[in-house]
Ligand binder design. Sequence first.
Ligand code: TYD
Length: 205
Amino acid sequence: MFITIEGIDGTGKTTQASNIVEFFCELVGPEKVLWTREPGDWTKGSLIRELLLHSELKHLHSELYLFLIDRCEHVSGVIMPALQKGKIVICERYTDSTLAYQVWGRGLSLQKVEALFAWSGFPVPDKTIWLDMDVREALSRVLSRGDQDRIESDGLEFLSRVRKGYIDLQGREPERIKRINAEGTIGDVKGRVQREMEPLLNGIR
Ligand code: TYD
C-alpha cells in the first residue's frame, strides 16, 4: 500500500506522518512499514535537496527537472523496492506536490508535467492525505519556525495558488485524495486522519 501526505508548507505533515507510521507499525509491525519523504530521501538525495532549496535557479524548468530526478531515484531506489516487498509506504510529498507547486504555483503546463510522470512510470498512490488549512495561518507557522527555504519564501500569493492546486486536484480525484482540516490541535487532526485510514484497514486485517 502506498500512502502520500500532502499540503502547503506549515500544515503539520511530518507530525501527522509520524502518527500514521506509528499506527501502521502497531498494526503490521515496523519491519513492514517504510516512512520516507520528498525531496531528498535517498542515498544522494541531499545533493539535489540542497540545489532545490538553497540555490538561485535561473531557468524556469530547472526546479521541475530537479524534483523529477529526485523522484526517479526515490521511486526506483526506495519506494518500489519497499512496495515489492509488500511494505506499507508512507511518503511525505509526492507527485501532487509537483502539480500544486510547479503547475498551479509556477504556471508550468499540467499536460506536460503529467506526461512526464507517466513516461517516468511513477506509481500512483492508493491514498493521499491532504492536510488543508488557511494560507495565512500556515505561513505564520512557517515564519515562526524561522529559517525559510527558497520555496517557502515565495510568500502568500504563491502559496495561495498552490493551495488552489490542491483544491482542484482533490476535485479531480476525490476517491484518492482526502481533504483533512489541519486546523485545531495535533490530537484533533490525528483523529481526523485516523478516520480516513479506517477504510484502508480492511485489506490489511
Ligand atoms: P521541505 O522542507 O521538504 O517540505 P516541508 O516544508 O513540507 O517540510 O521542502 C520541500 C519544498 O519543496 C516545499 O516548499 C515544497 C516544495 N516541493 C515542490 O515545489 N515540488 C515538489 O515536487 C516537491 C516534492 C516539493
